[in-house]
Ligand binder design. Sequence first.
Ligand code: ZN
Ligand code: ZN
Ligand code: ZN
Length: 247
Amino acid sequence: MNRPLFLLLLLFVSTLALAQAACEFCKGGLEVTTIRYRDGQPHPVCSKCRTTLPACALCDNPSPGKAYRDGRHICPVCRKVGMFDKGRVAALATQVVAFMQQQLGPEAKSLPPIQLVDLDEMQTKFNESGRSVDVVAFYRPYNPEMVYLLSGETEIESGSHLAHELTHAYESRACPQQDRALTEGFACWVQYHYLLSKGATAEAERITRHQDPDYGPSLVKLLKRSQSLGRDKFLQAVKKARKVEDV
Ligand SMILES: [Zn+2]
Ligand SMILES: [Zn+2]
Ligand SMILES: [Zn+2]
């Protein structure tokens, strides 16, 4: 290779290396390493941004720029992939409701509306119901009957939470006599199958390991029962049951 061509090539390669090393947020080059954000892509971030930027409320990664309107720091990637748009949520809700009807039959026909809320609104709604835990979704049975969904989760997370909360609405219609373990266990059962239908096997498995005995362990028992009974008989049994052991 002749010398000028070699130098040109060297310049090209080093420019490429420099471009790769620049921090995505401050364009600086100090100790840049890549971080995987929610789009599944590696993003170059320098050590200064890693230590000084606030953590994204959704993915925990460094998050530049102003806080979101509800006070949460949300990184640009989460703003892009997260559910912030009412139209997008409505389309997802239609899809989840169709899944519920196909799984559960006619009682899943008159499910309540879904409202997308920011964190501050979510906390207000929760105080109204006299509860005070951090949640990403919840079902309110009356005044007005509604499922509230926190903005910003990914589409698969939002769909999964909607399936869980809409199951509570179904239960209030079809089997209001259930205790907490069966109510939550069965909501997890529907949520589990929703995730499987989306190919989200790892997320589905994660629910089976939920620490609260009314969630994870309850779900595991119900999965065993549905496997041995077959889906139709299992659903009939759930409707009549008061507790997990009755199924
Ligand atoms: Zn930086
Ligand atoms: Zn984020
Ligand atoms: Zn629940």
